[in-house]
Design a protein around this ligand. Structure first.
Ligand code: PLP
Length: 517
């Protein structure tokens, strides 16, 4: 790493990224390339020599990076990019970027540490603990989730990893109680609106495929899991000798932002000795606002809680915050202690305090991991290595502060309400489920009540809108109906972008309806 080269490349690359944000609306928000487009543009194998090695030898580093940006990034990569940071991006859920998140990510890349244990970079572990305590307090999580007690927070890459690690912790906890041969009797419960990452976690954890109960949620509960249905199903499973052990509830489902009733579900989980996980990957961010916090009521019953700061909280991907009440459950399921990671050897019999007294300075620090005096985050996750992700979250919390973050969320929700009002004024459309946060689920009404034609029509509308490149929305299916999803949450989105997207939707609807007459 040549410091001067870094300075020049870094400045040029930051200039390029800043220009990209300035001109982001000039790109088609959804990439319009065909599959395999890049194969035709790049050689079959990597070059033996750098492209313009002579430039480096001549000290023309700036020239080299500029050429690289022009010849490769602008010409070959950008056409194949779907612009998640575009203000015209309304698909799936947002994945926010911000100046604070960006420079935090930059610093993390610059330091490039691998903080698997405390000693591998004490600042990385300690900042992560502190920042997750801060965020837990912002969300008014119960104190049991804070690091001062038996619990604590950890940054996972994604919500999928979060649900996997807590499922593994719960599985091993119950197997220690009932015996490890009972694996095939273990049952997991959730609604059929739960993110597919739970199903993937069950596959990885060896849960029998038939024992992953995805209970049907209907429009009668606005697609929330019914506690009565859950209780009945658990009772039936118990009578045939199965072992209920894990319940996953969601605050803000992916399809329609349904909110499961945490309090009643949590009580059912508790009375059956089950682990209760709450997935608030998207909507957790909104719960830092007092007026939305009630959607998390009942979280006191949970064993674990997850929200993605990388979705709607201005923290660049990836940053998924997970809290547990009992960190030892995670550690028991996931820890290994190979020789090559051990710190200073010490006799097991001596209490940690004695060792601290015996060793001073550096050595005292070296024994800390083994004396269980510190957190070793390698034991809270699947991989060993881990990035310094807390830097970007810390910078977001410090540089924006709670009040600005609340305003940010409220503004998106206001824009989503505005979109909802626009739909209400056009009798050809309907809002399908009540809007709770910043997602609006809507559709073009079927002509002459023909539902199957309605599904085709909305599919065509989605394709027509997205192929313009001027806006990007996505879809889901609820109770057999093809639904369009309009998720407001990109940092640069303003009312004019919402209006422009609505205009495209209306125009395309007019053409499609004329064709279908
Ligand atoms: N849970 C919910 C409610 C989600 O909406 C999503 C993604 O949108 C996930 C989990 C999975 O997120 P990740 O990509 O972080 O694994």
């Amino acid at each position: 790493m040549d410091a001067e080269q870094l300075r020049e490349y870094g400045h040029k690359m930051v200039d390029f990224i800043a220009d990209y944000y300035k001109t982001i609306e000039n790109f088609p928000v959804l990439s319009q390339v065909e599959p395999g487009y890049l194969r035709n543009l790049l050689p079959d194998s990597a070059p033996n020599q750098p492209d313009s090695f002579q430039h480096v030898l001549d000290g023309e580093v700036a020239q080299l990076i500029l050429e690289f940006i022009r010849l490769h990034i602008q010409a070959k990569i950008l056409p194949g990019v779907t612009h998640w940071q575009s203000p015209n991006y309304f698909a799936y859920y947002p994945s926010n970027s911000s100046v604070a998140g960006f420079v935090g990510e930059m610093l993390s890349a610059g330091l490039n540490i691998v903080g698997f244990s405390w000693i591998a970079s004490p600042a990385a572990t300690e900042l992560e603990m502190i920042v997750l305590d801060w965020l837990a307090k912002m969300l008014k999580l119960p104190e049991d989730f804070l690091s001062a007690g038996q619990g604590g927070g950890v940054i996972q890459g994604t919500a999928s990893e979060a649900v996997l690690v807590v499922l593994l912790a719960a599985r091993d906890k119950v197997l220690r109680r009932v015996g490890k041969d009972a694996l095939e009797k273990l049952v997991v419960y959730a609604s059929d609106q739960t993110h597919s990452s739970l199903q993937k976690a069950c596959q990885i954890a060896g849960i029998h495929p038939e024992n992953c109960r995805l209970l049907k949620a209907t429009s009668s509960t606005n697609y929330a899991l019914s506690p009565e249905f859950l209780s009945e199903t658990i009772s039936q499973d118990l009578t045939i000798g199965l072992i209920p052990f894990f319940l996953c509830a969601t605050v803000g489902t992916t399809s329609s932002t349904a909110v499961d009733p945490l309090l009643s579900l949590g009580k059912i989980a508790k009375s059956n000795g089950m682990w209760f996980h709450v997935d608030a990957a998207y909507a957790g961010s909104a719960c830092v606002c007092p007026e939305f916090r009630h959607y998390m009521d009942g979280v006191e019953e949970a064993d674990s809680f997850n929200m993605n700061a990388h979705k709607w909280f201005l923290t660049n991907f990836d940053c998924s915050a997970l809290w547990v009440k009992d960190r030892s459950a995670l550690v028991q399921a996931l820890s290994t202690n190979p020789e090559y990671l051990k710190n200073k050897k010490m006799a097991d019999s001596k209490p940690a305090k004695t060792w601290f007294l015996m060793y001073s300075g550096k050595l005292a620090k070296l024994v800390a991991s083994q004396a269980n005096m510190v957190v070793d985050y390698k034991d809270w996750q699947v991989p060993l290595g881990r990035r310094f992700r807390s830097l970007k979250l810390w910078m977001v919390l410090r540089l924006y502060g709670l009040e600005n973050l609340q305003c940010y969320i409220r503004n998106h929700i206001k824009l989503a309400k505005h979109f909802e009002n626009l739909i209400a004024q056009d009798p050809r459309f309907e809002v399908v489920t009540p809007r709770i946060f910043s997602l609006v689920c809507f559709r073009l009404l079927p002509v002459r009540d023909n539902e199957s034609h309605g599904n085709k029509l909305n599919h065509q509308l989605l394709d027509a809108v997205n192929s313009t490149g001027s806006t990007f929305i996505s879809h889901t299916v609820l109770s057999g109906k093809y639904i369009l999803r309009f998720a407001v949450g990109a940092p640069l989105t303003e009312e004019k972008h919402v209006n422009a997207a609505w205009k495209v939707l209306q125009d395309k609807a007019t053409s499609l309806l004329a064709e279908s007459l």
